[in-house]
Design a protein around this ligand. Structure first.
Ligand code: ZN
Length: 150
């Protein structure tokens, strides 16, 4: 047994269900400064992430698309987490998210985003959880229009 316990696990599942059912910031942003498309062909998840960046800060972020509960909840949680955040902090957060999803004992406190940590036990779903983050990264860095998780 992991020491997180069933109570915490239930809470995590509740967060995922909630954000999947009522995704936050789920709309096209007409005045976005950048956007990028992401596609996880393993699962069929497809996202478009919109950002408005000014003075090195993410002023606004939104997304549209369709996919599994994990991909949608992750994108929704992401939009809440990164709004108002300096771009370099977003990049650092992305590193921490990736560590949380792939390493046994990540050295970071990610608050609500830790609801995604259960994905760690299902390696095939990690790409679902990271898709939004890869796509956001591409939107911010203009690294290319299409993010593909592999
Ligand atoms: Zn998926």
């Amino acid at each position: 047994m992991r020491d997180s316990g069933d109570g915490l696990r239930d809470l995590y599942q509740e967060v995922i269900f909630d954000h999947n059912r009522n995704p936050r910031n789920f709309h096209v942003m007409e005045d976005a400064s950048d956007h990028a498309n992401g596609f996880n062909h393993l699962c069929g998840d497809q996202l478009t992430v919109f950002v408005k960046v000014a003075d090195g800060v993410v002023q606004d972020v939104s997304f549209i698309g369709h996919g599994c509960a994990i991909s949608k909840a992750s994108a929704s949680l992401m939009t809440e987490a990164v709004r108002g955040m300096p771009v370099d902090e977003v990049e650092a957060l992305f590193e921490n998210i990736h560590a949380m999803l792939t390493e046994a004992h990540p050295d970071c406190d990610l608050g609500k985003l830790e609801a995604l940590s259960g994905v760690r036990e299902f390696p095939s779903r990690v790409k679902c959880a990271t898709l939004a983050w890869h796509t956001l990264h591409n939107a911010i860095t203009h690294a290319g229009d299409m993010a593909v998780t592999e």
